[in-house]
Design a binder for this molecule. Sequence first.
Ligand code: MTE
Ligand code: MO
Length: 321
Amino acid sequence: MLIKRSPDLRESDVTPKELYLRRREFLAVAGSTAVAVAANGLDFTGPSTVAAQNPGAQKLTNLTKSPFSTDEKLNSYKDVTTYNNFYEFGLDKGDPAKYAHTLKPRPWSVVVEGQCGKPGTYNIEDIMKWAPLEERIYRHRCVEAWSIVVPWIGYPLGDFLKRFEPTTKAKYVEFKTLVDPRQMPGQTEPALQWPYNEGLRMDEAMHPLALLGLGLYGEVLPNQNGAPIRLVLPWKYGFKSIKSIVRVRFVENEPLNTWKQQQASEYGFYANVNPQVDHPRWSQGSERRLGEFFRRKTLMFNGYGDQVASLYTGMDLRKSY
Ligand SMILES: Nc1nc2c(c(=O)[nH]1)N[C@H]1C(S)=C(S)[C@@H](COP(=O)(O)O)O[C@H]1N2
Ligand SMILES: [Mo]
């Protein structure tokens, strides 16, 4: 199941120059150590390939390169940080970049509760250190039929959740975003019911592709991307990847997620990317990759089917959408 990244030099004609040079540097280092690396079996570790972009942001270094990364062309830092969905800051794609400066991602803590042996309040600075940080380049597919490729930083969601020793009664895990209209002015409008809420079945949450997102492009998460802590679930529509998490709860029953609560005929609990099940108001068969002219065909589970399809054997994905 290991996917080896094959460096794609065609990126040279499209990535920003600085980034391209950093990549060449990395490839040179990787090439010279290839023999030692192969002997170790550590064929996917190494420095970050991706240079940080925002000079004011805290850099994240010593990143492990993930075997789960795609070698598709990255979207630019600008695409990733100025075309967002984060209704706590407004409904337009440009609103989060304009208004999310009011969010204070430090100090920050996460309350953990429910069916687990170690409930409590955990500090973000500690959480950041619980596992080695990885750079993971994932495709990200919004339910609105656009997609991007993002160099995330984080570690497996399972490594985070296991710390709290979920009990056998924990069949699902629920996540909630901060509620504070002073920091999140969009919460003065009833656009959605606040707090934004999401949930996963426990086996989905423990799947190695599920990432606890703590950064992107070599730095901590920009506010508009869900600082300081979010989910990244590449085989699901983007709305499952809840931002700015303050609460985690282990529960016995399927939680009601915000978009299902909003319109259950259009958005379900599972939200697996599925080109065969259209949204009632538009096709899910194709998508627009930001920065590209021609539409792409949408892939089952967003192209991650080899890894995740077995989570859903025996389920009717037309009903469990
Ligand atoms: N709290 C919160 N989380 C959220 C959202 C939101 O409005 N509020 N939007 C979701 C949707 S619809 C998408 S597509 C992704 C977008 O993530 P990005 O802006 O980092 O690309 O965030 C998801 N997480
Ligand atoms: Mo989305």
